[in-house]
Ligand binder design. Structure first.
Ligand SMILES: [Zn+2]
Length: 286
């Protein structure tokens, strides 16, 4: 007997539940017919937004939520659907009973309620998906990456702001020295061009031409000429100012008598470029 009662009560309770849901849906549907008298599809969508939404959010809360955000979204969605349904039912009951004093106002509130509930569900659907663990992680990592990039740009900007004057000075020097060089004027000390553009590459090319590598002993230098000595002890001219004054070839690797008999000191490319910087333009013009 107990068993019979237990299963009976189960059936009765289920039937009762279906009846209550049916009542809610019927009354909501009647209310929706007042809202959309000419549109069957809108009446159906209305049911989705109220009765069915409440059921779906309840299912989402139990089975489809993994993060706190998802539980919150499902809970709010259920509340919106359920309260909206009760509101529609209440409006329908009041309107159909004829006890309402201001039917226009109730109709207005039904319209507002429909819009508000629709907006809430739409927003929550997106939020519920965004709060899913993997998507939540992607969004957070993406935001963090964005913040890092923003911070990097900010730091770079402030660094450039600080070094602006110095960097501008470099460019200014480059431009000025470029112009002076184009006009065959004396190079400006401390500017990038004279090292980059004149003596060092020039010497390197010459040294290469006569078979010397950069790591070999530096060129030999005295006040009038520069030459290199190869592995066999042979001298190669880089520059001879005496030949230059005499109007002979003075920058070819041939050895003139001056260099063949000269005494000099070993000087690196840097040292030679210092001599060239001071000596070459003046003598070259003369
Ligand atoms: Zn010479």
């Amino acid at each position: 007997m107990k068993k019979v009662l237990a299963s009976m009560s189960g059936i009765i309770f289920a039937v009762f539940g279906v009846a209550v849901l049916g009542l809610l849906m019927t009354l909501t549907y009647s209310a929706l017919q007042r809202l959309f008298p000419d549109s069957f599809s809108n009446q159906m969508w209305g049911l989705v937004m109220f009765d069915i939404a409440a059921m779906c959010w309840a299912i989402a809360f139990v089975f489809k939520s993994e993060t706190v955000g998802q539980y919150a979204a499902a809970g709010i969605g259920f509340a919106a659907g359920f309260i909206g349904t009760l509101g529609m039912v209440a409006a329908e009951v009041i309107l159909s009973s004829g006890t309402a004093t201001n039917t226009l106002q109730i109709a207005q509130w039904m319209t507002y309620g429909f819009i508000i509930v629709t907006v809430i569900h739409a927003a929550l659907i997106y939020y519920h998906h965004a709060a899913a663990p993997d998507i939540h992680e992607k969004i957070n990592v993406g935001v963090a990456r964005g913040e890092i990039v923003t911070e990097a740009i900010k730091q770079a900007t402030s660094t450039l702001e600080i070094e602006k004057a110095e960097l501008a000075q470099n460019i200014h020097n480059d431009i000025v020295s470029q112009v002076k060089r184009d006009l065959n004027l004396y190079p400006v000390a401390g500017t990038p061009f004279e090292k980059k553009e004149s003596a060092v590459p020039f010497l390197s090319r010459l040294a290469e031409k006569v078979g010397l590598k950069k790591q070999d002993d530096g060129p030999q230098v005295n006040s009038q000429m520069v030459w290199t000595v190869d592995a066999n002890g042979n001298r190669h001219r880089i520059i001879c100012m005496i030949c230059q004054v005499e109007g002979k070839a003075w920058m070819t690797p041939d050895v003139c008598d001056h260099i063949a008999n000269a005494k000099g000191e070993s000087g690196g490319i840097e040292a030679v470029s210092q001599i060239l910087k001071q000596g070459l333009p003046e003598n070259a013009e003369g």
